[in-house]
Design a protein around this ligand. Structure first.
Ligand code: MCA
Ligand code: AMP
Length: 489
């Protein structure tokens, strides 16, 4: 076992009064966070994998930090997960404990698990509490299991080792000149890579701080960026809302103008939104490109040119190539030949939990991960994403959603005979989920709201169809396969 040190050197640093976390009016310094996490980590001995009820609250940040300090793996759970999705994740990941904020009400499938309350409000004598002992772990040991949707079937658990987290965060520090002096603001959910790894573990690894808005708002962004925050992270939907608010909000213009770095990711930021933000504030939004399985692959560098429509260059340590349909790598950077992005590097996950078939299919025989994203490379190496291979994946609000899992959920509704799901462009969300339904009884089709509630309750609210079309029959080819192109037409 190669021994590895803490992911968070600042927990054992000398600058104990530095602010670490702030959620609303609740905050912890590094000394307070070290004391909290030491107490929790001590209670995690003997566990291999634990669940975290990942509300957008201080407790989630403390819980995940403590789990990593203990050398254990965390499975962050979307607190809005519906029954079916939560049941699947718990069955698949088999956590032996759940960490949650005191008083948080956990739904039935979690009630059977032992629970550890994450106490953050009771006073501790931080000065008198030693930090947790350095975790005895290897860099290859799992740190997080993050569930991510595929085109069909239930979400898969991407197992992220500790070295994926350290390598991605340190590569971003290099690209963004990200230091302990930075104060990050965001309102991202804490059960996905963007808000959890980049937005929470990132500042803590740098010894800087994060202010979480609880819920994204342009007012919150303006307030924090004018009171000490230096960086903003968001998905394109958030920047779209910022861009829309700038015209009537001089305070927001001032706030963005003064930020050190504005970073967008999880989906493409439309050029129009880039342009509106730059026109109003003089600032360019930097895009980075990542995936749950790979963490971050490319970014525009802080000292590089932020060119709208591109995601910059490969991060230090990341190998990236574009590959033709026949598997051959595209030589050179001609700015026009489209190929699939494949990546290799220490930032990659190790496997999909309990899914050796899916893991094997995700890699080429020589160890490159197939992202499914299609791109070209400009002459200076900048990557421009132009689409993705799978039409059955929908990116809505920065969330990846598989058409198949929604179709399966819809088919479980008694009033639905047949169902197909597609994505269509949406100015705010990037794409929105559209359901095409053949009702069991044409005289009384289920309402759009009923189907949305059904999907929200079984899977998650962000997976609910935003538009429903009712049809007499779904267009199918000779093989009986639904022709989604014909639906969209
Ligand atoms: C609405 N709601 C419902 C229903 N309808 N709840 C139950 N049943 C219903 N029928 C609730 C929702 O839960 C939500 O609550 C509120 O009403 C509004 O819903 P919605 O319209 O979906 O939310 P929104 O305001 O449109 O959200 C936009 C958003 C959100 C804030 C941008 O999409 C978001 O947070 N996106 C971030 C996704 C992300 O982090 N992705 C990164 C993946 P409430 O508001 O309380 O929730 S990682 C990744 O992609 C890679 C690694 C990368 O590169 O980063
Ligand atoms: P997820 O599986 O939720 O981690 O989503 C990963 C996917 O988000 C990638 O495969 C891309 O399709 C997309 N993505 C992430 N960042 C960007 C970006 N800056 N531009 C375009 N697409 C992105």
């Amino acid at each position: 076992m190669t021994s590895e040190t803490s992911l968070f050197p600042a927990l054992r640093g000398t600058d104990a009064d530095r602010p670490a976390l702030r959620f609303g009016d609740r905050a912890l310094t590094y000394a307070e966070l070290a004391a909290r996490t030491a107490a929790l980590a001590a209670r995690l001995a003997g566990h291999a994998r634990v669940a975290v009820w990942a509300t957008a609250e201080l407790e989630t940040a403390v819980a995940v930090t403590a789990v990593l300090e203990a050398g254990v793996a965390a499975v962050p759970l979307n607190p809005k997960s519906g029954q079916k999705e939560l049941g699947h994740i718990l069955n698949d990941s088999a956590p032996t404990l759940v960490l949650a904020a005191p008083g948080a009400e956990l739904p039935p499938p979690l009630a059977d698990l032992p629970r550890l309350d994450v106490e953050t409000d009771r006073a501790v004598d931080a000065a008198a509490t030693a930090p947790a002992p350095e975790p005895r772990v290897s860099a290859e040991d799992p740190a997080l299991v993050v569930y991510t949707s595929g085109t069909t079937g239930p979400p898969k658990g991407a197992v992220l080792p500790r070295r994926a987290i350290t390598s991605t965060l340190d590569a971003l520090a290099d690209a963004w000149e990200w230091t302990g002096d930075d104060v990050l603001v965001h309102g991202l959910p804490l059960f996905h890579v963007h808000g959890l790894v980049l937005g929470t573990l990132g500042p803590l690894r740098r010894g800087g701080s994060v202010r979480h808005l609880g819920r994204f708002s342009t007012e919150g962004v303006a307030r924090e960026l004018t009171s000490g925050a230096t960086m903003l992270f968001g998905v394109p939907t958030m920047y779209h809302r910022v861009a829309g608010a700038l015209a009537d909000d001089p305070g927001l213009v001032r706030a963005l103008s003064g930020a050190r770095l504005l970073v967008s990711g999880s989906a493409a930021l439309p050029v129009h939104d880039h342009e509106r933000i730059t026109a109003a504030t003089g600032r360019r939004v930097v895009e980075r490109y990542g995936m749950t399985e790979t963490l971050m692959n490319t970014s525009v560098r802080a000292d590089g040119e932020a060119r709208a429509g591109t995601v910059g260059v490969p991060l230090p340590g990341v190998e990236l190539r574009l590959v033709e349909e026949d598997g051959s790598a595209i030589p050179g950077h001609d700015g026009e030949t489209v190929g699939e992005i494949q990546v290799r590097g220490p930032n990659l996950f190790t496997e999909y939990l309990n899914r050796p078939d899916a893991t094997a299919a995700a890699f080429t025989s020589d160890g490159w991960f197939r992202t499914g994203d299609m791109a070209v490379r400009e002459s200076d190496g900048y990557v421009r994403i132009v689409g993705r291979k799978a039409t059955d994946l929908i990116k809505s609000g920065g969330y990846k959603i598989g058409a198949g899992e929604i179709e399966n959920a819809l088919l479980e509704h008694p009033a639905v005979r047949e169902a197909a799901v597609t994505g269509e462009p949406d100015a705010d969300l990037g794409e929105r989920v559209v359901a095409w339904i053949v009702p069991a009884d044409p005289q009384s089709p289920p309402s759009a709201a009923e189907l949305a509630d059904h999907v929200a309750a079984r899977l998650a609210p962000h997976k609910r169809p935003r538009v429903v079309h009712w049809l007499d029959v779904l267009p199918r080819n000779d093989m009986g396969k639904i022709m989604k192109r014909a639906l969209r037409a």
